[in-house]
Ligand binder design. Structure first.
Ligand SMILES: [Zn+2]
Length: 318
């Protein structure tokens, strides 16, 4: 069936490199993606964005040209929305836009290996090839993330390039210690330290598949174990919130909430504000223009979260 679908692709077109961008919840994947999409490099890129939660937050945050962004929301690409990945790739390839590359941003809880496997064993080979796996590592939450879900481990094992991000937020000796730990899991990947994912973009598109043999080192993980019991919920926000109360709410999130993100309106400001929280750190900033169309509300991702309490306390910020 896929072969038939594949036959609709333009014959003789160049083989498009596909890069998988992975990294745990809040590590900085979308920041990197936005740099890739907005900085001038002359390459025509398309993006597939995957989210664990039900609100398409990342899709709304990414880029200007909506036609080159496909969203796989409401489920992780390594399991729930897996069947949608290849059709999305075919759609991008069939558009005949002579793409120079396709980026797949996985959900923070995704194990990259099933995605790599799916690309390798598909009928796409004549049209696209896997160029590399980039994993963004959160230097500030490295131990906590590794302890929390097998996916964090798999992301490191499966990467060709490891960006150790947020080095500006940790003590000077931490990046070196992380690199040492990472080396025991992945002997071949290039390790690059950075803050706000500020790396030369050439690095990303020159990622030889160092870890093509990494599949042998990956472990077979049960689905629930892979995601470490993480779940997501949407906290709807209809009314404008008090900025001060929201800041207090974000600063006081329980440890069970690993990630909160989305869009709200504030009483003090016009327009839509983007909310991004990882652990106890949060950022409130004007949302990009495209996000004005997004539904307001927050997605929270974590383990055994007190959802009813969170809904109530967030509503009380209005
Ligand atoms: Zn998954």
């Amino acid at each position: 069936m896929l072969a038939q679908r594949g036959s609709g692709l333009p014959p003789g077109a160049a083989i498009v490199p596909v890069t998988i961008l992975t990294g745990f919840l809040g590590a900085g994947k979308t920041t990197l993606l936005n740099r890739v999409l907005t900085e001038s490099h002359g390459a025509r890129l398309a993006v597939i964005v995957n989210e664990f939660g039900e609100l398409g937050v990342d899709g709304a945050l990414v880029g200007d040209d909506a036609s080159s962004v496909i969203e796989l929301a409401n489920g992780c690409v390594c399991c729930a929305t897996r069947g949608q990945l290849l059709p999305s790739l075919y759609r991008l390839l069939a558009d005949d836009r002579q793409l120079d590359g396709i980026l797949i941003e996985t959900s923070g809880l995704a194990d990259p290996f099933p995605v790599v496997e799916e690309l390798a064993h598909s009928t796409l080979a004549d049209h696209a090839r896997l160029d590399g796996v980039i994993a963004v590592i959160d230097a500030l939450n490295f131990d906590r993330n590794l302890d929390s879900a097998e996916a964090a481990y798999q992301q490191i094992v499966g990467a060709d390039i490891l960006l150790v991000n947020k080095t500006d937020l940790v003590a000077a000796d931490i990046p070196g210690r992380i690199a040492k730990g990472v080396r025991t899991l992945n002997a071949h990947a290039r390790i690059v330290d950075c803050a706000r994912c500020d790396v030369p973009l050439e690095i990303l598109f020159d990622a030889p598949r160092a870890s093509s043999c990494a599949a042998q080192r990956s472990i077979e993980v049960e689905h629930d174990q892979r995601h470490g019991g993480f779940a997501s919920a949407v906290l709807a926000v209809d009314e404008p919130l008090s900025g001060d109360r929201l800041a207090a709410w974000l600063g006081d999130l329980p440890a069970s909430v690993f990630r909160a993100k989305g869009f709200v309106r504030l009483q003090e400001a016009d327009g839509v504000v983007e909310v991004s929280a990882v652990g106890t750190r949060y950022v409130l900033q004007p949302a990009p223009r495209d996000a004005a169309k997004a539904v307001t509300g927050l997605v929270v991702i974590g383990r055994a979260m007190p959802i009813a309490d969170l809904r109530q306390s967030l509503a009380a910020c209005a």
